[in-house]
Design a protein around this ligand. Structure first.
Ligand code: ADP
Length: 500
C-alpha cells in the first residue's frame, strides 16, 4: 500500500500464460500478477498481440484505436486491445501487424525494434488511459529499455515523475545485444553508449539487459542462490561487474507456480486426478502415459521424464554421455522438448535403439507436459545453471521426484533425500559431470525400489510450498524499495539542478 491506497503496477512481459509461452517467463507472468492482485493491488499487464493469439478466443476488445509511436524519424501505428488474465486484471495487447503478426514470438532479425515498439506503446498507453503506474515491473531484456527511458527520455515527463521501475532477470544468458542503430530507434541516441570501466564491450554495443540492471530502481532475480551466483564471473555472463555495482538493490525472490492451474486433484488434462492422500491413484497416469507414448505398459519400470527447452543450459550434454548406460539399467525415458538441433538428433535416435523404452516428442505440447509431470516417477533437470526452474516444482507438485544439479533455484527448492531421517524431496548433485549425474540417478533408482521411502519422498515434494504467497509479499516490498530509491534519486537530481 502507498499512503493506504493500493499500488498501481504495470507489468511488462514478452510472454504470458495463457496467451503465449516459450518457457518459465510466461508461467511467472501468468501467475505472479494474480498473487499481487490478491494482496489488494491494481496490477495490469502489457504484451504484444502476436499472430498466434486469437482475439476471438480470448475475447479481446479494442480500447484504443490506432495511434502513432515514434520510432527514430518515423512513426509506427499501434492500437490496443484489452483482455483479462483474471477478473480485474486487465492485459493490454499491443497490436501492430508488421511487427507482431508472425508465427513465432522471438528470434527475428528486427527483435530490437519489435520490443522497443512494444515498450514505448506500453508507456504511451498508460498516458492515454490516464492510469499512472507507481511501479513498472519489467521482465527480461525485451522490456529493459523502460528503466533506461524513465531516467532519460521520460525523465522530465510529469506523468512519470513518481513512477519507479523494477527489473527482474529471469535468465541472464539472454541479454538482447544490438548495435548503435537501436539507440536511434529508441530515441536515446543523444545519451550514447554505456560506459563501465570493467566492461569495455558496453562502449560498442547496446546490451538491453545491462541497461535494465543499470537504470532500474530495484532489481530482482528468480532465486536467492542465482542472485548470489550472478555476482561472479562464472555465472555473470560478463555482466557481473554492473551487477556487483548494483548489488545493494539486487534481491533474489523465488518464483512460485500457479497452484490452481497446476493441481493434480483437479487437473482436467491428466488421466486420473489424485492428491497426497490418494497417491495410489497416480498409477493410472503412469499407465496412460506409457500407452500414449508407445512405451511398454510396465508399472514397475522407473519412468524418467524430461520437459525442457533443449539448450546447453539444461545439462543435456552430460546426460547424453550416460543415457545409454541409464537405459541399460532397465529404465524408461520420455522426453518432451524443442531447441538446438544437435539435442534433437541426440534424443531422436533413442526410440529406435530402445523400442518401447524411450519416447521422444520434439515439440511444444502443454497438455502432454502435464501428463508427464503426473505420470513419470523421476524428473530430470541436470542444468548447468538454472535461474529458478519451474519444471522441478511442477514435478514435485505432481508427485514426480526430481533429480537436479544443485545450482540456482534448483538448489533452493530440491533438498537431497536422506533415508535415515526421511527428509528431502529429491536428489541433487554438485559437480557438473556425467558421473555425478549418473550417481544421483542411481541413488534415485535404488530408493525407488523401496515403496515406503519412495512414497515419503513423493509426499515431501507434494507438500513443499511452492505457491506464490510468500514471494508475492516480497515483490511488494521490492516495489516499495524501488519507490524509495526512485524518490531519493529524483530529489538528489533536483537539488543538484537547483544548486546550478
Ligand atoms: P525455462 O524458463 O528456462 O525454459 P523453467 O523450468 O523455468 O525453464 O520453465 C519451463 C516451463 O516451460 C515449464 O512450465 C515447462 O513445463 C514448460 N515447457 C518447457 N518445454 C516444454 C515443451 N516442450 N512443451 C510443453 N511445455 C514445456
Amino acid at each position: 500500500m502507498t499512503n493506504g491506497r493500493p499500488l498501481k503496477v504495470l507489468f511488462l512481459s514478452a510472454e504470458v500464460v495463457p496467451f503465449a509461452k516459450t518457457g518459465g517467463l510466461a508461467d511467472v507472468a501468468g501467475s505472479l500478477p494474480k498473487a499481487i492482485h490478491s494482496l489488494g493491488h491494481d496490477i495490469r499487464l502489457v504484451m504484444p498481440r502476436y499472430g498466434r493469439i486469437d482475439p476471438g478466443k480470448f475475447e479481446l476488445k479494442q480500447i484504443l484505436p490506432a495511434f502513432p509511436i515514434p520510432m527514430d524519424k518515423q512513426t509506427e501505428e499501434v492500437s490496443i486491445l484489452e483482455g483479462q488474465l483474471a477478473p480485474d486484471i486487465p492485459v493490454y495487447f499491443v497490436e501492430n501487424a508488421k511487427y507482431y503478426d508472425r508465427d513465432g514470438i522471438y528470434m527475428y532479425p528486427d527483435d530490437a525494434e519489435r520490443f522497443i515498439l512494444f515498450c514505448r506503446s506500453a508507456l504511451e498507453t498508460t498516458q492515454r488511459l490516464g492510469w499512472c503506474p507507481d511501479v513498472i515491473h519489467c521482465n527480461d531484456w525485451h522490456t529493459a529499455i523502460v528503466p533506461n527511458w524513465l531516467k532519460t527520455l521520460y525523465h522530465d515527463d510529469p506523468f512519470f515523475a513518481h513512477t519507479a521501475s523494477v527489473y527482474t532477470i529471469h535468465n541472464l544468458a539472454y541479454q538482447g545485444v544490438f548495435g548503435y542503430r537501436v539507440l536511434e530507434i529508441a530515441g536515446i541516441a543523444e545519451y550514447g553508449f554505456m560506459y563501465h570501466p570493467e566492461m569495455a564491450d558496453l562502449a560498442e554495443v547496446v546490451d538491453f539487459m545491462a541497461r535494465g540492471i543499470y537504470f532500474a530502481d530495484a532489481i530482482s532475480t528468480v532465486s536467492e542462490t542465482y542472485a548470489k551466483e550472478i555476482l561472479t564471473p562464472q555465472f555473470g555472463e560478463k555482466l557481473d561487474p554492473v551487477l556487483r555495482e548494483r548489488s545493494d538493490r539486487l534481491f533474489g525472490i523465488l518464483n512460485g507456480i500457479d497452484y490452481e492451474v497446476n493441481n493434480p486433484a483437479t487437473d482436467p488434462l491428466i488421466a486420473q486426478t489424485f492428491d497426497v492422500d490418494h497417491l495410489d491413484h497416480r498409477a493410472k497416469n503412469k499407465a496412460a502415459l506409457q500407452q500414449e507414448a508407445g512405451l511398454q505398459l510396465d508399472a514397475a519400470a522407473p519412468l524418467l521424464g524430461i520437459i525442457s527447452r533443449l539448450t546447453d543450459q539444461k545439462g543435456f550434454d552430460i546426460l547424453g554421455n550416460v543415457i545409454d548406460h541409464l537405459l541399460d539399467l532397465g529404465v524408461q525415458i520420455i522426453v518432451l522438448g524443442t531447441g538446438d538441433p544437435h539435442y534433437h538428433e541426440m534424443f531422436s535416435r533413442l526410440p529406435q535403439t530402445y523400442p518401447g523404452r524411450a519416447a521422444v516428442f520434439l515439440t511444444f505440447n502443454a497438455p502432454l507436459a502435464q501428463k508427464i509431470y503426473a505420470g513419470s516417477d523421476v524428473f530430470l533437470m541436470p542444468s548447468r545453471f538454472e535461474p529458478c526452474g519451474l519444471g522441478q516444482m511442477l514435478a514435485m507438485r505432481y508427485g514426480s521426484v526430481p533429480v537436479v544439479r544443485a545450482t540456482g533455484g534448483l538448489a533452493d527448492t530440491v533438498k537431497d533425500w536422506d533415508p535415515n531421517t526421511g527428509m528431502g524431496n529429491g536428489f541433487s548433485f554438485e559437480r557438473y559431470d556425467r558421473w555425478a549425474l549418473f550417481g544421483a540417478i542411481v541413488r534415485a533408482l535404488e530408493n525407488y525400489r523401496y515403496h515406503d521411502s519412495w512414497k515419503k519422498l513423493q509426499i515431501n515434494g507434494m507438500t513443499s510450498d511452492f505457491s506464490w504467497q510468500a514471494s508475492a509479499k516480497k515483490y511488494i516490498d521490492l516495489y516499495e524499495r524501488a519507490r524509495i530509491n526512485q524518490a531519493a534519486e529524483r530529489a538528489a537530481t533536483e537539488q543538484k539542478a537547483a544548486e546550478g
